[in-house]
Design a protein around this ligand. Structure first.
Ligand code: ATP
Length: 484
């Protein structure tokens, strides 16, 4: 049977990858904590991204901007006025829903019943109404479609209201003039407001990019599907500044580069696809998502957007600080330098938590091994060795005769290179199983022969094959496999 999201959630919790936040108080909706293994996997993914974006491109540098920003930032970016979701409440159950999601579910139901035409027509009508901000029209459509609240079973709906997704808080004490500030809903704006700081201090020449990894916050109303949609999450974003007119070329290049990244991280091509946006956000002139096939279907994992000069231009207007770049390259058409302009921006934006979930789901493997009476189920995480939380586990066969000491010696010789653990509890088969469940690619066993000839066995996670190798070769062998 196919892996369900419930299997994934259970495994993530049981083996120290992801816990519900403040679980002793019954958790907090759409907020999660990464455990001892989860944080390693997530850090490995972030390092992989950081390296792919900055180290492997000589024209992309990183920054780490604050979560709090001047409130005008969010006015300029459009988030104060239009970062909304249309909400509707059921008067009987008192439950709140995203109006667009209710309609999308209905469209999905039409499609599942084979009526593609009705499904498309409904989505188009919804798009038209939302585009015109016709909230009454949206409510009428929900009623006309006979959509009922799954909890109360009634269609006793309130009016539709826009609900801003930004969290806000006060800076300063209440006695003073406290002012309202927001927790950033995206990391991108920290890059835009630092565009000139980085360009000037780094003497960057267009085209160049600025990358950042950081927390973002959105008051998501319908927060389901585990770490796919969280209220506190992490984004890995890169803004690439280009000369106006060259943005489509860069947009296509980054789109392809980013797709290759996901495949290199071990996600299979058939579980990835592009989804081109027909309806564009107010700031974009082209947009595509990279979707991954999660257990609940193909969903957005990363967005690649051509954002024009929308952000820099509106920051220039609100801050009254020029956001221009002087381009002294020669324009062949005029024979003169391109001169001053506000650059265009191509953005790549991926959620670290969604990438984590995709990689985790893809790695989760259940296999039947053995024949006849010997058949059994085997569960393991087939993670790329570079991403695995633990690279190698070292086991003494027995807890005596100097085998533990020999195993500890091996751990010490490897641990400055990779994350290695020592395990002596339980039978060796159980120890292999425990490592399989967290995705450790190599298990090293120390036995009596080791004391004679300084060789150990390496057992490979995916094939369970074991080979005998000299201790002196371990570092090179494992090192080769855990690099990317
Ligand atoms: P969605 O339509 O799923 O809400 P979005 O189009 O609003 O996503 P963007 O604003 O483009 O998302 O954000 C870029 C990336 O940030 C997304 O592709 C996703 O990986 C991640 N992301 C956005 N919202 C969340 C969230 N609530 N939880 C986890 N990751 C998120």
């Amino acid at each position: 049977p196919a892996t369900s999201l419930q299997d994934i959630i259970a495994h993530a919790k049981e083996y120290g990858f992801v816990f519900p936040s403040s679980e002793i108080y019954d958790g907090l909706q759409a907020v999660y904590d990464y455990g001892q293994n989860g944080v390693e996997l997530k850090n490995n993914l972030k390092t992989l991204w950081w390296k792919a974006m900055t180290q492997l491109h000589d024209n992309v540098v990183g920054i780490d901007a604050s979560i709090f920003m001047h409130p005008l930032t969010w006015k300029a970016s459009g988030h104060v006025d239009s970062f909304n979701d249309p909400m509707i409440d059921n008067k009987d159950s008192k439950k709140r829903y995203r109006a667009d999601q209710l309609l999308e579910l209905k469209a999905e139901a039409y499609a599942n019943a084979g009526d593609e035409e009705k499904s498309t027509a409904l989505l188009q009508e919804m798009g038209r109404l939302l585009g015109n901000n016709d909230l009454e029209g949206v409510r009428n459509l929900i009623i006309a479609e006979g959509i009922k609240d799954p909890v109360s079973g009634t269609d006793n709906w309130t009016e539709v209201r826009q609900f801003n997704l930004m969290f806000s808080t006060q800076v300063g004490s209440l006695a003073e003039d406290a002012s309202l500030i927001y927790l950033r809903p995206e990391t991108a704006q920290g890059i835009f407001v630092n565009f000139l700081n980085v360009q000037k201090t780094g003497r960057m020449k267009i085209p160049f990019g600025i990358a950042q990894i950081g927390k973002a916050f959105r008051n998501e109303i319908v927060a389901r599907q585990f770490t796919f949609r969280m209220r506190e999450f992490e984004q890995m974003e890169m803004q690439f500044f280009v000369r106006p007119g060259t943005e489509m070329e860069w947009y296509e290049r980054w789109r392809d580069t980013r797709m290759k990244f996901h495949q290199a991280a071990g996600l299979p091509a058939e579980k990835l696809k592009f989804h081109i946006h027909e309806k564009l956000a107010h700031y974009a002139n082209a947009a595509v998502d990279i979707e991954y096939k999660f257990p609940f279907g193909f969903r957005e994992m990363e967005g690649i957007h051509s954002r024009t000069d929308f952000d820099l231009k509106s920051h220039q207007e609100l801050s009254r600080k020029k956001q221009q770049y002087f381009d002294n390259d020669i324009d062949e058409a005029t024979g003169k330098p391109y001169g001053n302009y506000i650059p265009y921006v191509v953005e790549t934006s991926v959620g670290a938590d969604r990438l984590f979930l995709a990689v985790f789901c893809n790695a989760f493997t259940k296999e039947t091994v053995g024949e006849g009476d010997q058949q059994k189920e085997r569960t393991y995480l087939k993670l790329h060795p570079a991403l695995a939380p633990v690279k190698a586990a070292v086991f003494p066969l027995v807890r005596k005769d100097g085998l533990p000491e020999k195993a500890e010696e091996i751990v010490k010789s490897l641990r400055s290179e990779f994350r290695v653990v020592y395990e002596e509890r339980d039978a060796i088969g159980k120890r292999y199983t425990r490592q399989d469940l967290i995705g450790t690619p190599f298990c090293i066993a120390v036995d009596y022969q080791t004391l004679e000839d300084d060789t150990v066995t390496i057992r490979y996670r995916d094939t369970t094959e074991q080979i005998r190798v000299p201790i002196g070769e371990l570092k090179a062998r494992i090192g080769q496999e855990v690099s990317m």
